[in-house]
Design a binder for this molecule. Structure first.
Ligand SMILES: [Zn+2]
Length: 313
């Protein structure tokens, strides 16, 4: 059974394809950035926590708003410069909670949860990488308004790619948190886990944050041992996926188990078990007789599993 997906082809998880030109050389040029905001083709994504403003435009919804529209809806005046898409400037903007409330009864614009908007197909796949940038970067500014060194309010700099402290002069950069996510296999079986907050019936790859002064390989070995009591080897990089919740980089890996007896860490996982290839295929296709499900195709976990299922097809 070959696994395919029309929206997220195997090997192309959400947020990871169609990167825009970041045009980083423009970030320090304040005059140029102001001119780009006034550009007739300038557009902005307006982000509120895990949601995005989406304008319903005669049946074709879009999250790319003109800056005038964004400000009229109550978006904060400050922008972050995301880059150039086909030469056209794209920005990210935040919006305060009271402005979002005022929009809830608005007919023209909706405040959509990003995950829901993706699963409903409201957003073009080629925009997801830029939307991830907007969400992660705008969210970082909202959570990091004060200098971690001296406590003074810091100010946005470099088109939004830095915050500077006017008091102690420390420069703060937006963080990306590395997470390893791995498909551990044992010949014809793979190891999947269930977290209690997963939707009913859903199983996925094990994952965990890379810790300070740890290699990717050591993080894979440690997480698999901690969560499932399985030892593994032959760790190989598959591909990565930006994951803007709030600003992770999922580092997809494969590994080969050298032990088979699972000991579940119940503080991390509800359960973990081995699945054979045929069962994994049914879960990805949402055809499992017991209603067991694999991860959603937007997530790299789906692709790790699908490439393993397809390798035997
Ligand atoms: Zn400071």
């Amino acid at each position: 059974m070959t696994i395919t997906n029309a929206t997220f082809p195997v090997g192309a998880p959400g947020f990871s394809t169609h990167p825009i030109d970041r045009a980083a050389h423009l970030r320090e040029d304040v005059d140029k950035l102001l001119a780009l905001e006034d550009h007739s083709h300038a557009r902005a994504y307006v982000v509120h926590r895990d949601s995005l403003l989406i304008r319903r435009n005669g049946g074709s919804p879009t999250a790319l708003l003109t800056l005038e529209e964004a400000r009229a809806y109550g978006a904060n005046p400050g922008t972050v410069f995301l880059g150039l898409s086909d030469g056209k400037p794209v920005f990210g903007m935040g919006i305060a909670a009271n402005s979002v409330e005022a929009l809830l009864t608005h007919e023209e614009v909706a405040v959509n949860d990003l995950r829901g908007a993706i699963t409903q197909g409201l957003l073009p796949v080629h925009e997801l990488s830029t939307i991830a940038m907007a969400k992660a970067l705008v969210g970082w500014h909202q959570r990091h308004g004060f200098c971690a060194n001296c406590g003074q309010r810091s100010v946005m700099a470099s088109g939004g790619w830095r915050r500077d402290c006017p008091n102690c002069k420390t420069q703060h950069f937006p963080r990306t948190d590395p997470v390893v996510i791995m498909l551990v296999t044992d010949g014809e079986r793979c190891l999947l886990g269930r977290q209690s907050q997963f939707p009913a019936g859903m199983w996925s790859c094990l994952a965990g944050f890379v810790e300070i002064a740890e290699t990717i390989e050591d993080a894979v070995r440690r997480e698999v041992l901690e969560e499932a009591g399985i030892q593994c080897t032959d760790i190989a990089y598959y591909r990565a996926q930006p994951w803007p919740y709030p600003s992770s980089l999922m580092i997809g890996c494969t590994a080969r188990a050298t032990t088979t007896d699972i000991v579940v860490d119940k503080t991390e996982l509800e359960d973990a078990r081995w699945f054979d290839r045929a069962e994994a295929a049914l879960m990805l296709k949402r055809e499992h007789p017991d209603g067991k499900l694999g991860p959603h195709p937007v997530a790299i976990a789906y692709h790790l599993l699908a490439q393993w299922v397809n390798a035997a097809a």
